[in-house]
Design a protein around this ligand. Structure first.
Ligand code: NAD
Length: 541
């Protein structure tokens, strides 16, 4: 919009609906679930606003009922990738010229659609395709997604308003240009909101996108694209393609117009992509922006002064919600000997109440893990633990893939603080506990810091403030998101900007201004209001 400085609407976090028995929202989401489950869908690539059907297709099925085929989705070849790149480059000029308020309106409208007419659909598709309970779907696909879109507008406005000082007689201006070229977004299976944000955040800043969602999130990614389209996103601004991730990525990275990558997923994949970008560096017009949020081995460190009920609740929620498939899920716990048995007993009692099954039965707290590879990986880790002399399988340990990929919430207790499940990301409902001598609290803090290559999230539980202070200092670099007396998962956009360093990512904090700043290339414009007309400085006189 010309001739005014606009002010974006005020913003608040979307309220999480409860889905209590008899509620309208429960009824609506279950109807949408049944409808989606019983409608076969054929999802196409979306390039330049057009649906593109391909010969080669993959099938989709819910992880909790893998024999039930939901439909299929198209697989891109190299030509489709080139087409998606071309489409994003063609759309770029008009999209950028549209200006901030017009672009922002589209994403704010998308947020309203998510929270209104599409809420039941995006939640139901996330429940079906990613096997989330309604609570997990609601906090992800509805609330976090809408929060990303709304808060990003506020953050973008703050960025655009940041201007340099101008001394007497000059006017200095910063223009926050989008990157030159196109942005490549690659998203993981586990959050519908992340998929949407990885493309929407750079797009809001005037960039155009080639988006490759995870093969295991295609179902809800399609709903995301439908919402963007209904909100008025112009053709070609976000181009969605599916298929062989390696081939698509190689093709994208071989374009000289590649301007940046917005990645969330595992550490090894990200490192591999970084290496490829490095190898191609002479090809590109600019140094590409590389933003990646990756794996974690998130910890709960417990001091003897901690409250045992609070610790056990944090372990159950932090480790087992969404089957431990959050990058922030607690997967290693350090318990002092004096309270370890009490904490473990409470966990055992609570686990005996917990039900596991499909997400449309609202009594289930645990559903299935995402796919067969994950099931096998977790089953093998449990088998190895069962045969290790250093580990005891205290609770759980059963795996059942007769209908879906079900892994029981499992608690391992190890006498070896460097046992493999204390170090490596498993990404499933398995938590490993190490019990230490109370007097070794300070030493164990060092152990927590040095055990794993990751540094995503972590928590300290203690009443003793000196102990909390010591943990804050000694674990300064062990987690990008650090929690005091709270589980280390469940970051809220605008409140707890999210991301970690070391092998956990570039720590560009999704859900904050820091992320958006990566998608602009500022241009400084200086204008003297009275331009000198003589080269001679006074001292020459
Ligand atoms: P993944 O690494 O298997 O896949 C992520 C994306 O990369 C997918 O789109 C996938 O198709 C693509 N990919 C896979 N192999 C590739 C290759 N060789 N080249 C290019 N792209 C490739 O991860 P996932 O299983 O979907 O998600 C789980 C991982 O994501 C965990 O490690 C988790 O910690 C991490 N994660 C991190 C955050 C965070 O904010 N730090 C958030 C969510 C998930």
């Amino acid at each position: 919009m010309k001739n005014s400085f606009i002010k974006s609407p005020s913003v608040e976090n979307e309220e999480v609906l409860l889905y209590a028995p008899g509620s309208k929202e429960k009824d609506e989401v279950l109807k949408a679930y049944d409808h989606l489950l019983n409608t076969k869908i054929d999802i196409k690539l979306k390039i330049d606003g057009r649906e593109i059907d391909t010969k080669e297709k993959n099938k989709m099925s819910p992880p909790h009922d893998y024999k039930n085929i939901l439909g299929s989705y198209s697989i891109a070849d190299k030509n489709h990738v080139d087409l998606a790149i071309k489409s994003s480059l063609t759309a770029k000029e008009k999209w950028n010229e549209l200006g901030f308020s017009e672009r922002a309106s589209i994403f704010l409208k998308a947020a309203e659609l998510i929270c209104g007419p599409y809420r039941k659909i995006i939640n139901a598709s996330t429940m079906i395709a990613q096997s989330k309970t309604i609570h997990q779907a609601e906090i992800d696909a509805a609330c976090e997604f809408a929060d990303f879109l709304r808060f990003n507008v506020k953050f973008a406005e703050e960025i655009y308003n940041e201007q340099p000082i101008s001394s007497d007689g000059t006017w200095n201006k910063l223009s926050y240009r989008p990157l030159e070229g196109f942005v490549y977004a690659i998203s993981p299976f586990n959050f519908t909101a992340i998929g949407g944000n990885l493309c929407a955040a750079p797009a809001l800043m005037g960039n155009t996108i080639v988006w490759k969602p995870s093969d295991y999130q295609v179902f809800s990614a399609k709903v995301t694209m439908d919402i963007f389209e209904e909100a008025g996103l112009p053709d070609g601004v976000i181009n969605m393609i599916f298929g062989d991730p390696e081939m698509i990525t190689n093709q994208v990275l071989s374009s000289k117009e590649f301007a940046g990558i917005h990645f969330t997923g595992s550490t090894s994949v990200f490192k591999n992509i970084w290496r490829k970008i490095g190898n191609n560096i002479n090809l590109y017009k600019n140094y590409p922006r590389i933003v990646g949020e990756t794996g974690g081995k998130d910890f709960i460190m417990v001091h003897p002064s901690a409250n045992v009920k609070e610790v056990s609740t944090a372990v159950i929620r932090g480790s087992f919600e969404f089957q431990g498939q959050k990058c922030s899920a607690a997967s290693r716990v350090y318990l002092p000997k004096s309270i370890a048995n009490k904490v473990l007993d409470i966990i055992g009692n609570k686990l005996s109440e917990i039900k596991m099954g499909p997400p449309n039965d609202f009594q289930n707290f645990i559903t299935a893990v995402i796919h067969r590879d994950a099931f096998e990986r977790l089953k093998n880790a449990i088998q190895d633990a069962k045969s290790s002399k250093d580990v005891k399988v205290l609770y759980g340990g059963n795996c059942d893939d007769s209908v879906g990929y079900f892994i029981e919430p499992t608690v391992l207790v190890t006498t070896d603080p460097k046992y493999i499940t204390m170090e490596k990301e498993l990404f499933g409902p398995i938590v490993t506990v190490y019990i230490y001598d109370d007097k070794d609290y300070s030493k164990v803090l060092k152990l927590v810091d040095t055990t794993s290559e990751y540094a995503l999230t972590g928590a300290i539980f203690a009443k003793d403030r000196y102990a909390i202070k010591e943990a804050l200092d000694k674990l300064e670099n062990s987690a990008g998101n650090f929690y005091i007396n709270d589980k280390p998962s469940g970051a809220v956009v605008g409140q707890q900007p999210f991301g970690g360093a070391r092998a956990s990512g570039t720590n560009d904090k999704a859900g904050s201004k820091l992320n958006l700043i990566r998608w602009v290339s500022p241009r400084l414009i200086k204008e003297p209001l009275l331009t000198p007309k003589d080269y001679k400085y006074p001292f020459l006189g």
